[in-house]
Design a protein around this ligand. Structure first.
Ligand code: NDP
Length: 278
């Protein structure tokens, strides 16, 4: 079985971005916006900062206290969206419930929305137009492309239909001419549907839910899930050993899709800056 590590794909994308940023008059700038100090967010933030540095992208963090007033936050967020020196903004979600995502969306400049959070960019994706893609969903495509796994005409099955991963990923796979089935908690005969896949992508957020019984011989399996075991270690949606016995290829967790996400983010910040004519 081929192990589809994310790092080589991430390094390739980062090098391509770096090559372009090194020729620019100023580095493109990403602003990470965070409310509170959630451990997962901090860990992603650290990874993103390192990746931006390697890609020649300036990265700043604007962190708000967990109890920040909504109006104070909206004002600051709007100002960042107007700031000509900020090319891309990554807002960590979910936000505390007192914040209105509708209001935040209205304050978001779609041309700085480098993680494809707002309806304009999601609409562009669904219509097959140019625009920013949700970084995790795009990272799946990047891994498949890096390892030269053909998508045209292939039966792809996605387990998960969230707005952040499953749905946009289905659209990206369609754009690559795969034939796509999207599964969720109400799907009947999930194992049968999964077994139809030539490319199986798991984004359910259920630790090791997918074992070898879901996988036909020779299937390429991409595990998007990041789940924390009771002992604090990370695991994917796939039971690694069991799936490896059947799959032709499988991404590890950690070290798979997650490692490519921030390099896609870097590329989209570069694109945002280039679009502005920097
Ligand atoms: P959500 O919880 O928002 O969505 C999970 C989806 O999986 C839902 O559509 C749900 O169905 C479906 N699902 C859950 N359990 C089952 C089941 N037993 N059978 C079939 N379908 C099921 O999660 P996200 O999409 O945000 O994230 C998914 C996973 O990806 C998580 O582990 C997350 O940590 C990880 N992730 C990884 C990233 C990375 O960089 N690698 C980035 C973002 C997320 P229904 O709609 O019916 O409820």
């Amino acid at each position: 079985m081929q192990l589809l590590k994310g790092l080589p794909a991430a390094k390739k994308i980062t090098a391509e971005v770096k090559e372009k940023t090194s020729k620019m008059s100023r580095p493109p700038k990403l602003m990470i916006v965070r409310i509170g100090a959630d451990e997962d967010a901090l860990s992603y933030e650290n990874g993103a900062k390192k990746r931006m540095e390697k890609a020649g992208i300036a990265c700043e963090v604007r962190a708000f206290d967990a109890d920040v007033e909504t109006e104070e936050f909206y004002e600051a967020y709007a100002a960042l969206n107007r700031d000509p020196e900020t090319d891309g903004i990554l807002l960590f979600r979910p936000l505390p419930k007192r914040f209105s995502m509708e209001k935040i969306e209205a304050l978001t400049d779609p041309e700085k929305d480098v993680d494809c959070m707002c309806t304009v960019n999601m609409g562009r994706l669904f219509l097959g137009q140019e625009g920013f893609k949700p970084c995790t969903a795009q990272a799946v495509i990047e891994i498949l492309k890096y390892y030269e796994i053909p998508l045209t005409g292939k039966r792809a099955v996605v387990i998960g239909r969230s707005a952040v991963v499953g749905k946009p990923l289905a659209m990206l796979l369609l754009s690559e001419n795969a034939t796509v089935t999207v599964c969720h908690t109400r799907t009947k005969d999930l194992v049968e549907r999964a077994k139809e896949a030539e490319i199986l992508i798991t984004a359910a957020g259920q630790a090791e839910m997918v074992d070898g019984s879901f996988v036909s011989e020779g299937t390429v399996v991409i595990d998007v899930g990041i789940n924390v075991r009771p002992d604090g270690t990370l695991t994917g949606d796939c039971a690694f050993d069991s799936v490896s016995e059947k799959a032709a290829a499988l991404t590890p967790v950690p070290g798979g899709v997650g490692s490519v996400t921030t390099s896609v983010l870097a590329r989209q910040v570069l694109e945002a800056a280039l679009k502005k004519g920097e």
